[in-house]
Ligand binder design. Structure first.
Ligand SMILES: [Zn+2]
Ligand SMILES: [Zn+2]
Length: 106
């Protein structure tokens, strides 16, 4: 029960346009894990497109709280964002996904 509720909060924060705007203003719009930039790759059509990920682990979430876009939110490309959320019971940290990428790129 609790886990479901927490997940919903995370999703809400990640989709909040206000937080999204603040996060991008601080962190830029390149993926924090792999460096992918939609604008550079796809051109003007995709310029500025990026997912915003909330980095506080779901398990630490108990109630809605103030979000600090500088420390709590990070831009991730759609691929990396899907991977960090791949397992329902665990969200990868930025370091963990960077390590995955480093370990598997040749
Ligand atoms: Zn990425
Ligand atoms: Zn996320």
């Amino acid at each position: 029960m609790k886990a479901k509720k927490s997940k919903r909060y995370v999703t809400t924060y990640e989709r909040n346009p206000k937080y999204r705007k603040q996060a991008i203003a601080i962190h830029g719009n390149s993926c924090a894990a792999c460096g992918f930039n939609f604008g550079s790759f796809y051109g003007e059509y995709a310029e500025g497109f990026i997912h915003v990920h909330h980095i506080v682990p779901v398990s630490e979430f108990e109630a809605p709280k103030h979000i600090d876009p500088e420390s709590d939110l990070i831009p991730l490309c759609a691929n990396c964002h899907s991977v960090v959320h791949r397992k329902k019971d665990k969200t990868l940290s930025i370091l963990e996904i960077r390590n995955l990428i480093a370990d598997n790129s040749t």
